[in-house]
Design a protein around this ligand. Sequence first.
Ligand SMILES: [Zn+2]
Ligand SMILES: [Zn+2]
Ligand SMILES: [Zn+2]
Length: 348
Amino acid sequence: MFDLAAHPHRRLNPLTREWVLVSPHRTKRPWQGQVEKKARAQLPPYDAGCYLCPGNERAGGRWNPPYTGTFVFDNDFAALLPATPAGSFEKAGLLVADAEPGLCRVICFSPRHDLTVSRMELGQVRQVADVWAEQFAELAAKPFLNYVQIFENRGAMMGCSNPHPHCQIWASHSIPNEIVKETNSQLAYLTTHGSPLLDDYLNLELASGERLVLENEHFAVVVPFWAIWPFETIVLPKRHVTGIDLFTSGERAALASILKRITTRYDNLFETSFPYSMGFHQRPTDGAAHLEWCFHAHFYPPLLRSATVKKFMVGYEFLACPQRDITAEAAAARLRELSERHYLEEED
Ligand SMILES: [Zn+2]
Ligand SMILES: [Zn+2]
Ligand SMILES: [Zn+2]
């Protein structure tokens, strides 16, 4: 009898229509609860050498104002530039390139150098949620921008050298790969089923509870059935909303709250400031309504077994297909049992 908890199998990601190989027989051992007590990196609340702290100098002789809440600025090393001229290149259908105008911004979440979303005051995270919505609406209104990607890279393991709490916005003329895949899948699903893909998916997850990590009035966090990263999660709204600009004030507050709660659980998992890439996926801003699109957030955390042991995407994963040992159900169970009181506060 085929058993998802025992036999090697592959699972479909209906958003990308790609598969992940799951090898649960390799994790027969019970969870060992290994927690490496890391030296608490005591960051100062203000760092004179940080280009994101209030009042400091950035690259190119620009200075940050003495901000006290959130602070948004155009990235000094932007990967995309608004003044990029239109143009394309093509040879024999094999060498193909298009000019890519766009815009990159940075949002500082807090003047405090030493905080993270998990440890910020809820009211401050709420301010950040408001800024996300404002920025999305502002950039969505620019005709040359057709997709707005908001994302946070957290931790040196994710290539983020600056611990100051911040995220980035990269808004582009073209629609990026992942968004093209998710648009096509959601559109096909809506056309076939008459309801949005992720709304139906959330209903399945709420009914089963197997992969549900936590929820509040407006959002739920689940380890997706097709997760690739060991403790990957997806944050889903309970109402059909295509973009962050369309949430009510109450929903933005609930989004802030659930993000603080899941990042606290992540920190508590290995008692470390948990690294991740987090980002919102939402409707393209090309002027169409995109009713197929359900706003959601992906958390892609690399850690596997401890504060230092990460999952590597190498070998078979590079060349063939992603693979995991611990099932999504086991990962969700592990995340469910964690406290929402931050481990750094428990020891005070
Ligand atoms: Zn700083
Ligand atoms: Zn929806
Ligand atoms: Zn997505």
